[in-house]
Design a protein around this ligand. Structure first.
Ligand SMILES: Cc1cc2nc3c(=O)[nH]c(=O)nc-3n(C[C@H](O)[C@H](O)[C@H](O)COP(=O)(O)O)c2cc1C
Length: 209
């Protein structure tokens, strides 16, 4: 499926066919593709917990305000933004840039300084924005890649973050921008037409706000 078609066809699906499995191979393909997402300084501040076992989905559903799709979908992804990715990944990223000739060795410290200035201290608001911004782009690519692989999705922010952190052993400093339910459309369901979108002129302007 071409990318324009995937964007046009993607919908948030409320009714998933229960009992449908997604193979490990397909899941791996999905994440290999989404992992090509762009990120600030290529720092890739995302993590994913795949919730696939029935009992674990039941617990997740409780944390997600009892949304039935959490249990019906084949899997639900807990999308996690990691503000600590700067410390974890900056050196590996700079090694790669240096090795591939993107930067000269003498520029390495300059880049580290730029990263420090841009994204602030690990517990700062700047750092949280950095993590959530990049992880949300990754999440969007998961949804488009899933469409390309013949799967449907539904992003959700209707959940109690503390509940999910506790039940799924996610450290307190991480942020959960959204859950994504993934699976197949329940048979016999016809989607309602796509809802209201603003006209382009309402949100686009030239040269200034
Ligand atoms: C970050 C995010 C969180 C969302 N949270 C929920 C949710 O908790 N429950 C829900 O039913 N829909 C949720 N939605 C789905 C939106 O309602 C849906 O994307 C919107 O109505 C547009 O429909 P479409 O995705 O089919 O184009 C969420 C969407 C996004 C992007």
């Amino acid at each position: 499926m071409d990318v324009i078609q995937a964007i046009k066809d993607r919908r948030s699906i409320n009714f998933f066919e229960p009992g449908k499995e997604i193979s490990d191979g397909k899941l791996n393909e999905l994440f290999e593709i989404a992992n090509l997402s762009p990120s600030s300084f290529n720092l890739q501040p995302w993590r994913v917990v795949i919730v696939r076992e029935a009992q674990r989905k039941k617990i997740l559903r409780k944390c997600a305000f009892d949304q039935p799709k959490v249990e019906d979908a084949s899997i639900v992804l807990i999308i996690i933004a990691d503000p600590g990715a700067v410390e974890k990944n900056a050196d590996r990223m700079l090694d790669s840039w240096q090795k591939l000739g993107y930067i000269k060795p003498e520029m390495r410290e300059t880049y580290k300084g730029m990263i420090g200035n841009l994204y602030g201290a690990e517990d700062s608001l700047k750092r949280k924005f950095f993590a959530v911004k990049n992880t949300s782009l990754f999440a969007m690519n998961i949804m488009l890649a899933a469409k390309g692989l013949g799967l449907e999705t539904h992003p959700m922010d209707g959940f109690d973050e503390e509940c999910i952190k506790k039940e799924f052993n996610i450290p307190a400093d991480k942020i959960i921008p959204m859950l994504i339910a993934v699976g197949n459309l329940k048979s016999g369901i016809t989607l309602l037409p796509r809802a209201f979108r603003r006209s382009v002129g309402e949100f686009v302007s030239f040269e200034a706000y």
